[in-house]
Design a protein around this ligand. Structure first.
Ligand code: PLP
Length: 620
């Protein structure tokens, strides 16, 4: 447990049982528990394939319940005379089944949706059926976007069009006048309080979105001139995703609180403040302001939002607004788990070493002597001796003074030295600088049946850390250290950064892999952004996905969403199944005529080709 820090990041959903398997408690301590290893076994019986994405609907429901109850608690604690109306930013994970479930689970709280683009607005309109829930319309907008949002009022929706660019004001005035519909408008402010870390540029003077203070004044003037100042009701800001430090959030809230009261002073009809996203996820379980963690709880966050806005309004004696937040990561991350299997491993050679024979090359004799003398007192200098002998051996080989067999023997002896030195290093409290890299150099590569680019793109693109661990054999000591390589033929298709306490480690503790025995690994907390940012590098497509729902007697498999077939991914790049088959048929016919292939071979080739086209893009 300590190795993988599961009690830090996994609580209250993931833990380890007596069998040494990871378990999932989708309802936290309020409901049943599923053995993940047994679940995978069960799902494979139902013809689901690895890699596989598991979505736990009850975790999603729990996240929604949590964010609403933490705000309810904060509102009660501070006697806040207003309500919380959260929205889910669709961009975080647009999968239909997930958005539909989310809207359903959010009904009791009038939980709404946030659209960041026109297609997301279409999703929101097709899905949101909750009276009183908000539909926050963000992102770049054209006339059609604005008209569609306005017309949705006629269907009973509450769309709030958030102005992010000055040009949008004129479009809104034009559309509202044409349709005779009073818009509900917001402004997105460019705060000077910035987040820190990966998404810090979401705020500040150079931020891509939002209006500076003079632009907000211009919006007020233009709306007033059009007789629409009453429509301006919401202030929005977003200082970036995964804000690790609560101090940054507090600063932003203070600044936004002041903008809000100033807008009231300018006679805008202010009713809402939307604090955007940013609520972090504790990926490494350290509960610190390290970028993969956060130094506050969801409850602290809600307390700070409520307290800061109440304070700003109380100072000016004005009514408090409805509180809106657009938390995506904090709602969607936990519900999904990617399971993938190890296909093979490779590492430094470990075959038995033949004893030293008479007449062997001096360099081999030297390495034997080095190997025999390694101890706690000299391991650091011996490491350098061994490295030098290896370098010399390469030079000798290059000049023709060492045979291939001798060079291979030198390498085997060198790796044996490193292995013994590493065993000593691991027992020390302190790792000398020059040996820091040894762990990584000696690591095994675990070849895994998945694509980083499809299933964990942020790990590649922005070095995001996700908790990764085996889901079984956890009663057995993981005696190997490894990095993960995916199926793509891209040297970036690997994971060699893993969570550590407030740090990153370059190897993961793993078990020896035995051919013929399954070894399953899982990537947790990847439910936000990863699915939609994933791409088809090397044409590895969407994985199979299932929704698991808890029942009083166990669990139920709700939706089974089959991953992409080869035919589907090939269609994205404009290849048609029929065209490809026809092409191969013609080629085999030509080869048959030329007697280059037998009829049986031609039949087998065509059969395999056709079968592959219908098959999974991953290895079976
Ligand atoms: N709102 C806006 C405007 C965003 O750009 C984002 C994403 O960065 C979010 C909400 C969701 O943020 P998070 O996932 O950090 O909650």
């Amino acid at each position: 447990e300590k190795l993988y820090r599961i009690d830090g990041w996994g609580e209250p959903y993931f833990s380890i049982n007596e069998a040494g398997h990871v378990t999932v408690s989708p309802m936290g301590d309020r409901g049943g528990c599923i053995d993940l290893f047994e679940l995978i076994h069960d799902l494979k019986q139902r013809n689901l394939r690895l890699p596989m994405l598991l979505r736990f609907s009850d975790i999603l429901a729990d996240r929604i319940e949590r964010i609403n109850s933490t705000f309810a608690k904060a509102i009660a604690r501070y006697n806040y005379n207003g309500v919380y109306r959260g929205v889910y930013p669709v961009k975080v994970n647009q999968q239909r089944q997930l958005v539909e479930e989310l809207v359903e689970f959010g009904k009791p709280y009038q939980f709404g949706l946030e659209a960041g683009s026109k297609p997301e607005l279409l999703i929101a309109l097709a899905t949101l059926k909750t009276p009183g829930a908000l539909l926050i319309c963000n992102g770049y907008k054209d006339l059609e976007y604005i008209e569609t949002a306005l017309l949705s009022q006629r269907l009973g929706q509450t769309p709030i069009i958030v102005l992010e660019q000055l040009e949008e004001v004129d479009l809104v005035i034009q559309a509202a006048t044409k349709l005779g519909i009073d818009p509900i408008l917001g402004v997105r402010a460019k705060l000077s309080s910035k987040g820190i870390g990966r998404w810090e540029d979401s705020a500040g003077d150079r931020a891509k979105f939002g209006l500076s203070m003079w632009e907000i004044l211009e919006v007020v003037d233009r709306l007033q001139a059009a007789g629409l100042l009453n429509s301006l009701q919401l202030l929005h800001f977003h200082i970036g995703s995964q804000i690790s430090s609560i101090g940054v959030i507090k600063d932003a809230l203070k600044e936004a609180g002041q903008i809000y009261v100033q807008l009231v002073a300018l006679n805008a009809n202010m009713k809402y403040i939307d604090v955007g996203g940013g609520l972090g996820v504790d990926y490494d379980g350290s509960k610190t302001n390290f970028y993969a963690s956060k130094n506050y709880s969801m409850q602290n966050y809600a307390y700070d939002v409520v307290a800061a806005i109440k304070e700003a309004c109380a100072a000016k004696n004005i009514p408090v607004p409805t509180l809106v937040s657009e938390s995506g990561r904090a709602i969607a991350s936990h519900q999904s788990i990617l399971i993938f299997d190890v296909l093979n491993t490779s590492g430094v050679p470990n075959s038995p070493i033949e004893p030293l024979a008479e007449g062997e090359h001096l360099i081999i004799r030297n390495l034997f002597e080095t190997l025999e003398n390694i101890n706690v007192n000299n391991y650091q200098e011996v490491y350098h001796d061994a490295a030098q002998f290896k370098e010399e051996a390469v030079s000798l080989f290059t000049f023709g003074y060492l045979s291939l067999r001798e060079r291979a023997r030198v390498e085997r002896l060198y790796w044996e030295c490193c292995d013994r030195i590493l065993k000593i290093v691991r027992q020390q409290n302190y790792v000398p600088d020059d040996l820091e890299d040894l762990e990584r150099i000696m690591a095994h590569t675990y070849y895994c049946n998945f694509s980083v680019f499809q299933s964990a793109p942020d790990s590649w693109a922005i070095d995001q850390l996700f908790p990764i661990m085996p889901i079984h054999r956890l009663n057995e000591e993981p005696t190997c250290r490894g990095t993960l390589a995916d199926l793509t033929c891209d040297s970036d298709g690997k994971i060699d950064r893993f969570i550590d306490l407030r740090d990153v480690k370059s190897v993961l503790e793993l078990h020896p892999f035995y051919h013929g025995e399954p070894y399953y690994l899982a990537l947790f907390l990847g439910g936000a952004y990863q699915e939609i940012l994933g791409d088809l590098h090397n044409l590895f497509g969407d994985t199979d996905a299932v929704h698991i729902h808890m029942t009083p007697r166990g669990y139920q498999v709700e939706h089974v969403i089959k991953g992409d077939s080869m035919t589907e991914v090939l269609q994205y790049v404009q290849y048609s199944r029929e065209g490809m088959l026809e092409n191969l048929r013609r080629e085999t016919e030509r080869a048959l005529q030329a007697k280059q292939i037998t009829l049986a071979e031609a039949r087998l080739l065509l059969q395999n080709y056709e079968h592959s086209l219908s098959g999974y893009t991953y290895l079976s």
